[in-house]
Each structure stands twice: as C-alpha cells, then as structure tokens.
Design a protein around this ligand. Structure first.
Ligand code: SF4
Length: 460
C-alpha cells in the first residue's frame, strides 16, 4: 500500500496538502439543509460537484440523499449561471414540490461571481417561487473553510431568512447543533425532554437520514425542523449553541436580528462537555436537572472507573472537526488517556489554542495542527516518529490503522466503510458510555489477537 512509503521525517509544506482532513463547504451546507423539513438542497454549480456532495452524504448515512443542481455547462461557466438557476427553481417547484429550496454556491459559481441573492430575488420578481414556498441561499465557496464552514453558513441562512421576533416571548429554548449524527440529534431532544423543556433543534436530521424502511419512498421524510419552528426561534427565551465553528454565526445572527441571547457551549461529548450542556439548558430554560439525568451521569462515571486501568496512559491520535475534537480530547484527558496528535483540516486559529489549553497540563508533549497544512499525511508522519495505541477519526484513517497495526475507532464524518454508526449517539452521558465501550473494545481486541497463548485471558 502507498502509505507504507510514508517517511517519519516531517518537512514543512506551504503549498501542498496530502489527504486533507476535511471535505468541501457544500457538503456541510447540504447536510444542514437536509435537517429542515420539506427542504431540497440545491447545488449551484456543475453536476460533478453535486454528485460528489450527494455521494459523500449517501455513503456515510446509507440513505438516498436528494439534491438538485444548476448543471453548469461551458456556457454558464463563462457567462454566469443565472439562467440555469432560474430554470432550476421553476422545474424543482413544478416537479419535486419541496416547501423550501436551499441553494448553496460552489467553487465555480463563486469564481465567476454569481450573486445568489440577486438571482433568488429575480426568481421571486419573475413569479417563479409559488405562494407559500421559499428559496434560501448561502454562499459556500470551497476554496476557503471546510464542510463545517458550509454547515455554519447554511444554518445562518435559515435563521437570517425565517426567524422572526413578534415581541411575544415563548417558553422555549433554541438548540443549534454542530455537525453530529441523526441519532445524536435525537439524543439532544431526549435530554431536553427529560428536563421538561420545550426546545427547537436546528438542524434536525433525525427521521430524515435514519428513516424506517416501510416499503414506500418519501422524498421529504417526516423529520427535520419545520419552517414554523425556525420562525418561532425569534421568540425563544435563549439559544444554546453547540460547537463554535458550526453554530456561532447563526447564534450571533439570531441575537442581532431577534434579540435572542445565546450561550456558546461545546458539542456535549464526554463528561464535562455534557455537564456544561445540561447546565446551559437548565439555565436557559430556568428548569432544574432531574434525577434521571444525574443517574445517567453516574453510570458514565461508573464505566469510566471500571475501564480506567485499561485506558490509563494510552496514546491517541485523532482527526476530524473542531467542534467534536475539542470535547473529545477533553474527555480523553479526563480519563487519563493521552491525545498526543490532533489534526483538523478546518481552519481557525482558536482551535490549536483551545486544544493546547486542554492538553498542556497533562499532555504537554501533544502536537496539534489545523488548517490547510494539517493533513492525514502529517498525522501518519507523526505516528511514524513515535507510535500511538489508538486512532480515533473518520474512515480515511483505516490505511494508517492497517499499515501500523493500530486499533481504530471510527468517529466523525465520513464513515463510509461501516454501517449503523448513525443510529447510535455519542453525545450525552449515554453516548459517552458508547464511546468508551468502542474504545476499550478495539484495544482489547488487539490484546486478544496479539497476546501469546500463556497470557490469553478469558476474563479481563
Ligand atoms: S469544485 Fe469545489 S464545490 Fe465542487 S466538489 Fe470540488 S471543492 Fe466542492
């Protein structure tokens, strides 16, 4: 395999990324749009872009991901894609009948300078948007940022377009979720429900990308945040935004537009981040924390105690998105594991700073890199320099896992070589237990597979 030729000698690179630890902005915009009920994502660019975005999501969620495209040809690439988008809006409402079309741009349409806002306004003026139907648009040039940036931009577009302040406050709290699995979104709602709190979760891909098979195809499944709910977010008491990279923009826009203050917290992965999330919900909704949630917390603490002897001091390499990596490395540090290498392709200076703040006391030797120069090749070189006991990240780490013989827990996006991951949450206390169970499972599997016969144990 090609990766066997990776050398341990790290040479600083400025203009070359090898195996990036990210994907492109429109993939995130598409995922966020799928979390709105009756919404059809639309890619304003070439068919190739749209096929890639759809297949990235389909391969991960194992569900048919529907999206339309402006289908640029040579002509539109030179003269602009306005005519294509106007025609597309006409066709989509006429044939596929969504409630909302969520248009995102691509590298090509951004480079030629298409103004999505102006084109959508023209569609409205020309009567191409039927009464009661809507077109939302977000700029998602993929030569900056990552899929997380695209997700953040589309999330912001929804609140900017729909949320409205009527001056009549509702007893409800907004939850803006970073990029997590549909099962995680369901878990966030379950936790809020246990606190007897009325919430609006945006986006919400549960019951959209994990729908039951009942023999009938539904182009717009029953899940997703409804337009009415997004409108009502302008009257909520407060917003709890989870994950700075994915949700801060939308939280600020909602605050500026509708005067709904927000609490910024991490995606609730692990003990402390879940504590902070539960506390933020409790404060925002002015509700107490029920015993059943404290019990779940206690169960996680119990599992940590049981596993500690096996996990203590294990060196871990991680890659993925900032919003999920930060609480994850905090969790690993809390249970005395050592996240020694951390890589994220998503830019933002704050990431390395925050990661090092979490790591510096207990893992001062940790190496953290994010942005364009942070790629899987660099991660592999670090591992070649000094090995690790565990890998945590998306499917693209399997080459390193195989070449180096390192136990590997799949986490994040995309996971395209396993099925079922999107049905089990890793957020919240119960999600923390699942995460630990996966981690210990792969570590024990390696011990079982490699231990000499005299130390092969039935009970561990
Ligand atoms: S050209 Fe840009 S928008 Fe299209 S798939 Fe590539 S990175 Fe994504």
């Amino acid at each position: 395999m090609l990766l066997r030729h990776t050398t341990s000698e790290v040479k600083e690179r400025k203009a070359l990324t090898v195996n990036p630890a990210k994907t492109c902005q429109p993939v995130g915009a598409m995922y966020a749009a799928l979390g709105v009920h009756g919404c059809l994502p639309h890619s304003h660019g070439s068919q190739g872009c749209c096929s890639y975005h759809r297949s990235a999501l389909t391969r991960h969620y194992k569900e048919p991901v529907m999206a339309a495209t402006s289908s640029f040809t040579e002509g539109s690439s030179v003269f602009g894609g306005q005519a294509n988008l106007l025609q597309a809006i006409d066709n989509i409402f006429g044939i596929y009948d969504p409630d909302i079309i969520a248009v995102h741009s691509t590298c090509l349409s951004e480079t030629i300078g298409d103004d999505l806002g102006q084109i959508v306004k023209k569609a409205l003026d020309d009567g191409k948007i039927p009464e009661g139907k809507f077109v939302v648009q977000a700029s998602t040039p993929s030569y900056v940022g990552s899929h997380v940036t695209g997700y953040a931009n589309m999330l912001e577009a929804f609140v900017k377009y729909f949320s409205f302040n009527t001056d009549e406050k509702k007893r409800q709290v907004n939850m803006l979720s970073g990029w997590v699995e549909p099962a995680d979104m369901r878990e966030l709602k379950r936790l809020a429900g246990l606190m007897d709190l009325k919430t609006v979760l945006l986006p919400d891909t549960s019951d959209v990308l994990d729908t039951p098979m009942d023999g009938t195809y539904k182009m717009y499944p029953k899940g997703g945040t409804t337009r009415e709910e997004i409108v009502s977010m302008g009257d909520s008491m407060r917003t709890v935004a989870m994950g700075e990279w994915a949700t801060e923009k939308a939280a600020i826009t909602l605050d500026n537009k509708c005067k709904v203050p927000f609490s910024m917290t991490d995606v609730p992965i692990g003990l402390k981040a879940t504590d902070r999330f539960i506390q933020a919900l409790s404060t925002a909704g002015k509700v107490s924390i029920p015993d059943c949630i404290s019990d779940e917390r206690g169960k996680l603490v119990d599992v940590i105690t049981d596993m500690h002897q096996y996990l203590y001091g294990k060196r871990v390499a991680l890659w993925g998105d900032p919003d999920t990596l930060l609480p994850l490395i905090e969790f690993l540090v809390d249970i005395d594991m050592k996240p020694v290498y951390v890589v994220s392709g998503t830019p933002g200076k704050k990431f390395s700073k925050r990661a090092m703040e979490i790591l510096e006391a207990k893992v001062p030797e940790a190496k953290v890199r994010n942005g364009a120069s942070a790629d899987m090749f660099l991660m592999h070189q670090w591992i070649k320099e000094e090995p690790v006991d565990l890998l945590i990240g998306n499917t693209y780490g399997k080459y390193i896992a195989r070449d180096e013989g390192i136990p590997f827990v799949r986490s994040g996006f995309p996971i395209i070589d396993r099925i079922g991951h999107s049905y089990f949450p890793t957020v919240g206390y119960m999600g923390g237990i699942r995460l630990l169970e996966s981690i210990l499972g792969v570590i024990m599997d390696k011990i079982d597979a490699t231990s000499p016969e005299e130390s092969f144990e039935l009970t561990m």
